[in-house]
Write a protein that binds this ligand. Structure first.
Ligand code: C2E
Ligand code: MG
Ligand code: MG
Length: 563
């Protein structure tokens, strides 16, 4: 008997379960080694002592209370979780059960308490829950947790709390950061921005990362639209200050779309969708801007989708065409070339200009096949002129998007080969936005194209913020003075000064200077005085279909002579 009882005690001692039993008087009858160690005492020294003495006043009291329930009902308590502080001072989570021990007559004489230590399991669960609710890169709440927080705020605002605002934030030009600095720097940059944003918001707000360069911020308790606007302004400042990232010289900015509950959406899905629409509108304003959701945006989004479909069909159905506008040599007065300008013969609308569809094409990616077509078509046309004995240069506008996605030198080379056009008769017009980032790669591409004999011009010169660094760093051979300076040239002395400065700058760098948007003889005379080399504008001719342009160019010498 004693042998088997000892063996049983040994077995119980080796179990990784904390076990003890206490009698009706609240004194300890039995405790196993695991439990004794957990609480830091020697098992046999405490038998017969009160639970308060053994486990401390507070622990003992609550244990007694639970035990009394078992004594009174004669039934086991369902397992429950409790937290204790162990002998080392660590908090442990126990899954505890209490059951009655009965004598032969069925009387409850003691309560047996057994507890599993589930601290690690809880920690793992907690960790998993954290993983499921947080973004691994920044450790910020993810989309799931954002939705949860929104649900909570929505529930609260139904109970009469204040409205809240959802700010969708997308970094401007993040793709370029990845392309130029590499993906691991891109990741560090996202973390950097995340840290800054986290420091900027209040405890009751939620900052989440939704993926890529997209963040969302829940601004709790918004008092007014101005309150949300103020918040968005502060966030934009924070992002601008993040330009101190690793001495990279990055210019950092973001676009923010704001949707306010309940006006702009009743549930999280709607709020996200609408804040997103507003964010795209902000992007359209060149970034570094915020925009409130407005009901017409859904309509606009629908219209955009319709237009996208129409444009895709237009490309398949050959509805695009090129108009040509003459470019004149200031000294000789001859037509020396033409700028190819894209037009769309839109069914039911007639011929429409690029203002209507170009931005859409840049946003939906159609610009790439479309502009490739423009390049092919313009070169084919110019080769035709060459064959007719009119060796005129053709200028083609390139899109920044296209430049980023395609290997331009290869494309240009193959198009030249296909068409058989002399490279010197092709001029590529870039706007400054092509090269806002990615400096070195673009410069190398440009040099490669110049080496082929192709010309490269900077279009709309003087309107961007970095014009000077362009001409310094980029291999180009012409500057096109933006129309806005030519428009008031004869009235506004500032514009005249700017034109003069651009001409001086261009010439000292060995570049030709072209004036755009020349409409009057006064403007022409003034531009000639300032030393412009070439001119283009309605004064010489509007953009016209290819055949009209050929007719104009063929008659030009006579027209010029009779003028
Ligand atoms: P841009 O390259 O600066 O082209 C000059 C624009 O000014 C043209 O507008 C032209 O019609 C207009 N213009 C020319 N002379 C005058 C004038 O004397 N007075 C006034 N007020 N305007 C004049 P358009 O054809 O509407 O083109 C607008 C812009 O669309 C172009 O500006 C260019 O950036 C872009 N674009 C046109 N065709 C293409 C293309 O094939 N590909 C790409 N990526 N962009 C294109
Ligand atoms: Mg142009
Ligand atoms: Mg221009």
């Amino acid at each position: 008997m004693r042998d088997s009882r000892e063996r049983l005690a040994q077995v119980i001692d080796t179990l990784p379960v904390a076990i003890c039993a206490a009698g009706t008087d609240g004194n300890l009858i039995f405790v196993n080694a695991f439990k004794a160690e957990l609480f830091g005492f020697e098992a046999d020294k405490k038998i017969g002592q009160s639970l308060q003495d053994v486990f401390g006043a507070e622990n003992g009291e609550s244990t007694m209370a639970l035990n009394r329930m078992v004594f009174e009902t004669g039934k086991a308590l369902p397992p429950f979780e409790e937290e204790i502080v162990d002998a080392r001072g660590d908090v442990r989570v126990l899954l505890t059960t209490k059951s009655p021990l009965k004598n032969l007559t069925g009387q409850v004489t003691a309560v047996l308490t057994s507890a599993l230590d589930i601290t690690t399991r809880k920690a793992t669960e907690g960790h998993l829950r954290h993983l499921a609710h947080h973004d691994p890169l920044t450790d910020l709440p993810n989309r799931t947790l954002l939705h949860e927080r929104m649900r909570r705020l929505i529930a609260r605002s139904r109970r009469g709390d204040q409205p809240f605002a959802l700010h969708m934030l997308d970094l401007d030009g993040f793709k370029a950061v990845n392309d130029v600095l590499g993906h691991s720097a891109g990741d560090r940059f996202i973390r950097h921005v995340g840290d800054r944003l986290r420091q900027a918001i209040r405890a009751q707000d939620t900052l989440a990362r939704l993926g890529g360069d997209e963040f969302a911020i829940l601004q709790a308790q918004v008092t007014s639209g101005e309150d949300a606007a103020e918040f968005a302004r502060r966030i934009l400042d924070v992002v601008a200050e993040a330009s101190d990232f690793e001495n990279s010289g990055l210019r950092t900015s973001a676009s923010i779309g704001i949707a306010i509950h309940p006006d702009d959406g009743l549930d999280g899905e709607d709020l996200l969708k609408n804040a997103d629409l507003a964010m795209y509108r902000a992007k359209g304003e060149q970034g570094n801007a915020f925009c409130f959701y407005a009901a017409d945006m859904q309509m606009r989004a629908r219209n955009d989708a319709l237009l996208d479909g129409e444009l895709r069909r237009a490309l398949e159905n050959d509805e695009f065409l090129l108009y040509y506008q003459p470019q004149i040599d200031m000294r000789s007065g001859d037509i020396i070339g033409a700028e190819a300008l894209l037009r769309w013969n839109r069914p039911g609308n007639g011929i429409v200009g690029p203002g209507v569809f170009l931005t859409r094409c840049e946003e939906n990616g159609l610009i790439i096949p479309l502009n490739e077509w423009v390049l092919r078509e313009a070169c084919r046309e110019a080769r035709g002129w060459q064959d007719m004995g009119l060796p005129l240069r053709v200028s083609v506008n390139l899109s920044p998007v296209q430049f980023r996605k395609r290997n331009m030198p290869d494309l240009v080379k193959s198009v030249l080969q296909e068409s058989g056009l002399t490279p010197e008769l092709l001029d590529l017009e870039l706007t400054e936005s092509i090269v806002v980032r990615d400096f070195d790669a673009v410069a190398a591409d440009l040099q490669q194209m110049l080496d082929m004999g192709v010309h490269v011009s900077i279009d709309d010169f003087g309107t961007g913020y970095s014009s000077l660094s362009y001409v310094k760093n980029f291999p180009v051979d012409r500057l096109k003075v933006d129309q806005s300076f030519v428009r008031n040239l004869t009235q506004d002395s500032n514009d005249a000064a700017i034109v003069r400065a651009i001409v001086t700058l261009g010439h000292s760098l060995g570049l030709k200077v072209v004036a755009e948007g020349v409409e009057t003889p006064e403007q022409l005379a003034r531009l000639r005085d300032e030393g412009c080399d070439e001119a283009q504008g309605y004064y010489f001719g509007r953009p016209v279909p290819a055949w009209d342009f050929i007719a104009l160019a063929a008659q030009w010498p006579q027209l010029a002579a009779s003028a």
